[in-house]
Design a protein around this ligand. Sequence first.
Ligand code: IMP
Length: 204
Amino acid sequence: MSRKFEGDRLLIATHNKGKLEEMAHLLKPFGVSVVGAAEMDLPEPEETEDTFVGNAKIKAHAAAKATGLPALSDDSGITIDGLDGAPGVYTADWAETGNGRDFMMAMTRAHNELEAKNAPHPRTAQFRCTLVLAWPDGHDEVFEGVAPGHLIWPIRGEAGFGYDPMFIPDGHDVTFAEMDRWEKNKISHRANAVAKFIKGCFGE
Ligand code: IMP
């Protein structure tokens, strides 16, 4: 059984305003107020592990230790079966240009590598999100969400971000970038992980 969250303040170990607002909204019914890492002036630790859970643990434990508050972090990305799970924890790195992130470049790389290997269709892939809640005493709880689907080319859709325009989730025939935000947020890997976190740390 997961350790329950019993305080009234939760640190969200992210500098991303969108993630912070989303968590604040989801946790409102539980009487929890959220604080962001930027508000607390926390540095962004280096993500040196080669798994989502490893990197999420680094961020959550560093934040809990520095503030004395329970801290929640997330790490996410996409794993492509035909590329043996790449880009995985390097999902954001594939978009790095030295002058900001270019996801068209990252998606083109994924497609080209699949073509070069003559990977069979459907080209299955999974968006993954790992959440870690760490307490200042060193205890932690891990929650993992997955959105399975397959990749298409050419890309379709304008909404969303990252690799959304090339990803069709199972049970649908449109990409994440062709769905409206609320529809995607109901079935996404992040929604899935957050539901497990709420059940584990706030449920009966
Ligand atoms: P981070 O965990 O915020 O560093 O995100 C890792 C990378 O995964 C980012 O570069 C995102 O583009 C990608 N990613 C994570 N979630 C999604 C998603 O829902 N759609 C598209 N790309 C995503």
